[in-house]
Write a protein of this length. Structure first.
Lengths: 380, 380
């Protein structure tokens, strides 16, 4: 029985993680659940999964729930997430959105917990710090992102065999094939309408700008210790090939499947086992019958280039790129800026950034804060 | 330094094996070479690779070469192949065409040699016998067929994880999409014009009838201990996905690459290493940009069904199917019968066959002979 803490249990990945737990009641015990503002769903999840600990974003929600569920301990805010991650679990599934995912991952690693990682920012901002901590603690970091799970699967059984290239696939998002002029006219509604995956709002916008793919390049750099020049993006609109790896013999191993996050979630949770799924598999005579690949247009989707620049420069560059992007996406979601303002502003942020190196956790969090603050100045 | 005996060194796989050896002079030493009738090429290969032993099909060729190459021992015929396989090598690469590949594989296994197997008939006819011998001798059988090498690669790192399905890809051959009526009119020239792979005549005709894929189903059954109902054929005209495996979590791992046999050959020779290749890799924006999959038409390409029947029935069925097919392809190549006569005759052979079970090597060879003899009766 593996004891699992689920951070962000009411989001898209969180609810699908609970689907996997529900289908495997003999394998997993949920020890902690956390939500942001969706406390109604959290209450239902507590009823069903009976964790020892739960946490909400706001103190008043935690206080209200404490009386409703006397058997459950409650926390709130930043400390609540850390307590959830460092409790009595064997593994933390981190499905938090954004930078606030870094701290609980880091402290969970320090506490010796294996990590099922769906929070990109943990590695985008804290890559070096987090990977060093994981190595020194002997903790496994199992990717939950479909792309990184795919790469992880392609590398299994290939230990010690040098890789030539990581082929990171991208659906291309809703604006694939657009010119810069077309991108200028994009609306919020269009940006939230992703062709393949149903995800939260932040990541859906990141998919539309292709910053999501840029962040994934950075994540791959850390997870698989691959230099940026060995990571190549393949636009693959059908989202059937979840990513691939080319080895030195020019053999390519790819992982494929229906676009269903429960597959990578179940592998991370159940690792090293592959859990039996009762869902239909990939139909090569249906949705998998025609697979296409094309180059990303980096002259239109500039965020991809920023991500490569950030990971080449290292230090605080990825932190600032990520923090500024979060602030910009937030402004876009609130209707304050246009879609192209995201990448245009990021370009200026990156150009003007004076990097710092060798940051510890506090240093990373501060650099992130400054990046967010700087965005306010652009749009005040 | 791995010492390798190459059976069938003057054929398509044999010469490509020597390409791999030539590129890796520090890794491999060729201890034996064998040819059929292409003695001129064998002489060149002996000059270049200086094996200890060589063998030709005919005694007079061996005698002639013995005086020309006094440092090399020569053998001939059936015994020459067995001596080549059981000499001072660590590994035997068996690139013989047809049933005569079975005996040297079997004796090499008994002598404790690892096998790089490009000879399908070894497992089609001798599956149970050969796999039992390999298990009891602790000998590795490394597939060289691109499809089986792909499946082997997809299974690496997945030990103990039950597979749901083997997805065996097929180019579909030159007559993909043909009706039975169109197949009636096919000429020898058309049958020898394979769209993707350059191979010997026998296997090219087998690709055109799709018997090649049927034989590969039988081979996969033995190599990967998979029941026939778990082996599915995917027609994939681009020959980029060399095969794939679906696991119980519905995750599909596929191996891809340019259609270049040197990739699976180098993996089998260099295993567990992947040897660095200087050839261009797969271009996902070129030849790999559009991958399609479709069902095989088993009502037209009847050989597929015969192979599934043979492996379900086991015993002498696969032996007879293979032997009769070899005899029929030979008649077709000599212009004696029509293309569709191959599958029409095989249907009758299979219907009339009275199976034997538990055959030893002699029993298999005898059943094979009888199957070939029976073909003469159909066309006398």
């Amino acid at each position: 029985m593996k004891k699992v803490a689920i951070l962000g249990s009411t989001g898209s990945i969180g609810t699908q993680t609970l689907d996997v737990v529900r289908e495997n009641p003999d394998r997993f015990k949920v020890t902690a659940l956390t939500c942001g503002s969706n406390t109604e769903l959290l209450a239902e999840q507590i009823e069903e999964f009976r964790p020892e600990f739960a946490s909400a974003e706001r103190e008043e929600d935690a206080a209200r729930f404490a009386s409703r569920f006397p058997d459950v301990k409650f926390g709130w805010g930043r400390q609540g997430l850390i307590d959830a991650a460092c409790g009595s679990c064997d593994m933390v599934l981190n499905a938090l959105v954004g930078m606030r995912g870094l701290e609980p991952t880091y402290y969970a690693i320090k506490a010796g917990k294996d990590i099922a990682l769906a929070n990109k920012e943990t590695l985008v901002a804290g890559g070096s710090l987090v990977m060093d901590a994981a190595r020194s603690k002997g903790v496994k970091i199992l990717p939950v992102d479909s792309e990184h799970s795919a790469i992880f699967q392609c590398l299994e059984g290939n230990a010690g065999r040098p890789l030539n290239k990581i082929l990171l696939t991208a659906s291309g998002g809703p604006f694939r094939g657009y010119s810069l002029a077309q991108l200028e006219k994009v609306t919020l509604e269009q940006a939230l309408n992703h062709p393949r995956w149903t995800m939260g709002a932040k990541i859906t916008v990141d998919s539309a700008t292709m910053m999501n793919k840029g962040l994934e390049v950075i994540e791959a750099r850390w997870l698989f210790d691959a230099p940026p020049e060995k990571i190549q993006i393949l636009v693959h609109p059908q989202s059937i090939v979840h990513s691939a790896v080319e080895f030195e013999d020019k053999s390519v191993i790819a992982q494929m499947g229906v676009p269903d996050m429960r597959i990578p979630i179940s592998l991370a949770l159940g690792y090293p086992d592959r859990l039996k799924s009762s869902e239909p598999g990939l139909d090569f005579f249906g949705q998998g019958a025609n697979l296409t690949f094309e180059k990303p247009d980096t002259s239109v989707f500039k965020c991809i280039g920023f991500a490569y620049d950030a990971i080449r420069e290292e230090g605080s560059y990825p932190v600032v790129l990520n923090g500024a992007n979060e602030a910009l996406v937030d402004l876009f979601l609130r209707g304050k800026i246009r879609f192209v303002d995201i990448q245009d502003t990021l370009e200026r942020v990156m150009d003007r950034h004076r990097p710092e190196y060798g940051l510890d956790l506090e240093g990373i969090l501060e650099a992130d804060c400054r990046a967010r603050e700087s965005i306010k100045e652009y749009f005040s």
